[in-house]
Design a protein around this ligand. Structure first.
Ligand SMILES: Cc1cc2nc3c(=O)[nH]c(=O)nc-3n(C[C@H](O)[C@H](O)[C@H](O)COP(=O)(O)O)c2cc1C
Length: 221
């Protein structure tokens, strides 16, 4: 079982959010997973230019580090997303990865994968930022098991507690993957999304040929 942890703070080794990710991956490794940490702040990932060719050809037209990262994410069973709170949002580095994901979303390529999210903040809005990352996972067809965050304003003991919780969440993610844990509400949301989005696919079937073939193969249209 492979679990990838995405780090996205520009502070590298000094990142507080990375401490939570390290703990989560250590927990997952203790539970038997093969883990890998990838720092998107160190990769060269350009902005999506909305050319839509991924929907036609099944591959992004931009040549940079995104393609190799995507291949790793697609091969993983679990994905842990992490970002510090930057203006009540994720960092631009992580958002750039999200924006390069229209193919992943249109074809629900994280279907069957599980993940969770981690954040730290100077003051707060923890849940808001965790929701952004978990919503991305859900939007890509995956399921999320929860999230852990810490406000640095609450001091070192809060961080210690968040590190411990991240460690437990990492272990638990391995359990969720092994048992194919059901999340009926998230599964219903996926089904509802496919019910709506099929009209978008059908409306664009002449241009989005890769999407259309994929949906036909899956029996979604
Ligand atoms: C550009 C920038 C924007 C930030 N915006 C917020 C914010 O909106 N709310 C907040 O509580 N903290 C904010 N912070 C503080 C960081 O979230 C906080 O220091 C976090 O722990 C940094 O994590 P890191 O060490 O992993 O980079 C911001 C920091 C920076 C550099």
């Amino acid at each position: 079982m492979k679990i990838i942890g995405i780090s996205s703070s520009p502070r590298g080794k000094n990142s507080s959010t990375l401490k939570l990710l390290d703990a989560a991956l250590a927990g997952a490794a203790e539970a038997g997973a093969d883990v890998e940490e990838i720092d998107v702040a160190k990769l060269k990932i350009k902005y999506c230019n909305a050319c839509n060719s991924c929907h036609e050809k099944g591959v992004c037209a931009i040549k940079d580090d995104y393609q190799a990262l995507l291949e790793k994410l697609l091969a993983a069973d679990g994905i842990i997303l992490s970002s510090p709170n930057y203006i009540t949002n994720v960092t631009a580095q992580l958002k750039t990865l999200f924006d390069r994901s229209p193919l992943v979303i249109h074809e629900q390529l994280f279907e069957g994968k599980y993940g969770f999210s981690l954040t730290t903040a100077g003051s707060g809005e923890i849940d808001f930022v965790l929701d952004i990352m978990n919503n991305y996972m859900a939007h890509c067809g995956g399921k999320f098991t929860g999230g852990v965050g810490c406000s640095m304003a609450e001091g070192p003991s809060a961080m210690e507690a968040a590190i411990d919780k991240s460690h437990e969440m990492g272990k638990d993610l391995v359990g969720a993957i092994k048992e194919k844990r059901p999340y009926p509400e998230q599964e219903a949301a996926h089904e509802a999304w496919r019910g709506r989005f099929k009209y978008v696919i059908l409306a664009n079937k002449e241009q989005w040929t890769h999407n259309c073939d994929y949906w036909t193969e899956k029996g979604w249209i």
